[in-house]
Design a protein around this ligand. Structure first.
Ligand code: ASP
Length: 341
């Protein structure tokens, strides 16, 4: 029996066309795709249907509310398909892949997000291979997690980052091996995959989280960072989480005691302050240096090897769904393969 896959087009370069202002998303993706597929190609592919979101976006305009919208689309049709592909812009694809991994925890089917650097409508594009291979993966392999497929790599969604702005090999997971390499053969590594479950959202009464876009802020550490800048960010009562992007293994400029006490006051007022590293690879070891140990003393939560995208969306997800006192503990546990404990 052929599997049936839903392709959900949310926007992004893959379905864009050139305009006088530059590339813009346009509707009509299904027609374009069916025109481009060679006669007979569809017989070799799983059955698929294409749906478009009402508002197609350049993913630079992504808002946390889009994660709720996308999840609702998937959840309401979960029993009707064997797998799901989301066509998404590359700029914020890793944020959406991470967010959906938390919202859709415990899934029993593949959700593969893909897109392209060159639109499907152009002759020399990476769109066709990305989409066709994503379809083959979703239609023929037992995958039960949110992934990104891009340029021969199947990646865990919540470990992914966009590392190249123009290369076809734009995505990678610097702290986790690829789930599959695609060349002449498709080498899927089942030992690296999440075990399939039975998703909680199939229970009646499940509510997709409603995200407050002001709840999480990001503060990169840089030479000269002042307490004033941090305080300005924290001045809004809706801020419930702050991600500190520190140096190396999690080191802040602790000689700035005013900055440290601003962070400490934030922790004491109930803001979750999470420490992740600016480095692309490796993890936080908060206490390897005396500078980092200062953060332990003031109650900052170490974020292990979370990517910024996973840290940001996980914090949003926990703030939207959990009581405040549980957040620090859950941030340090792996919920769906997003960090190394
Ligand atoms: N700006 C585009 C987007 O993220 C880039 C892309 O899709 O490659 O929607």
């Amino acid at each position: 029996m052929k599997r049936k896959i839903l392709i959900l087009y949310a926007g992004g370069t893959i379905g864009m066309q050139a305009s006088e202002q530059g590339y813009i998303p346009v509707s009509g993706f299904e027609q374009l795709l069916r025109e481009q597929l060679r006669v007979g190609a569809t017989q070799q592919l799983p059955d698929f249907e294409v749906q478009e979101l009402e508002q197609l976006i350049d993913s630079s305009n992504l808002q946390p509310s889009h994660w709720s919208e996308l999840s609702e689309q998937l959840i309401s049709q979960w029993r009707d398909y064997d797998g799901f592909i989301i066509l998404h812009g590359t700029d914020t694809m890793a944020y959406t892949a991470s967010a959906l991994s938390f919202i859709l925890q415990g899934i029993d089917k593949p959700v593969i997000i893909t897109g392209s650097q060159i639109p499907l409508s152009e002759l020399r594009n990476d769109a066709q291979d990305n989409l066709i291979t994503a379809l083959i993966l979703a239609g023929n392999y037992d995958i039960a997690e949110v992934c990104i497929y891009f340029n021969g790599r199947l990646l865990r969604g919540n470990r992914s980052s966009k590392l190249k702005s123009t290369g076809f090999d734009a995505f990678d997971t610097p702290n986790y091996p690829w789930l599959a390499q695609v060349g002449i053969h498709i080498d899927l590594h089942p030992n690296l995959l999440q075990a399939g479950g039975s998703p909680e959202f199939l229970d009646k009464g499940y509510q997709v989280p409603d995200f407050n876009p002001d709840a999480v802020v990001v503060l990169p550490v840089y030479p000269g960072l002042s307490a004033r800048v941090a305080q300005d960010m924290l001045n809004h009562s809706e801020v419930k989480g702050l991600i500190l992007l520190s140096y190396g293994v999690g080191n802040p400029p602790d000689a700035n005691t005013e900055l440290m006490s601003t962070l400490e006051q934030a922790v004491q007022s109930g803001v979750t302050v999470l420490n992740i590293t600016q480095c692309l690879q490796g993890r936080v070891s908060q206490g390897a240096y005396a500078t980092g140990a200062t953060l332990n003393r003031i109650g900052v939560v170490p974020g292990s090897d979370l990517t910024l995208e996973a840290a940001f969306t996980k914090l949003h997800y926990l703030i939207a769904t959990q009581p405040a006192q549980k957040i620090a503990g859950l941030m340090q546990q792996s919920l769906c393969g997003e960090l190394s404990e």
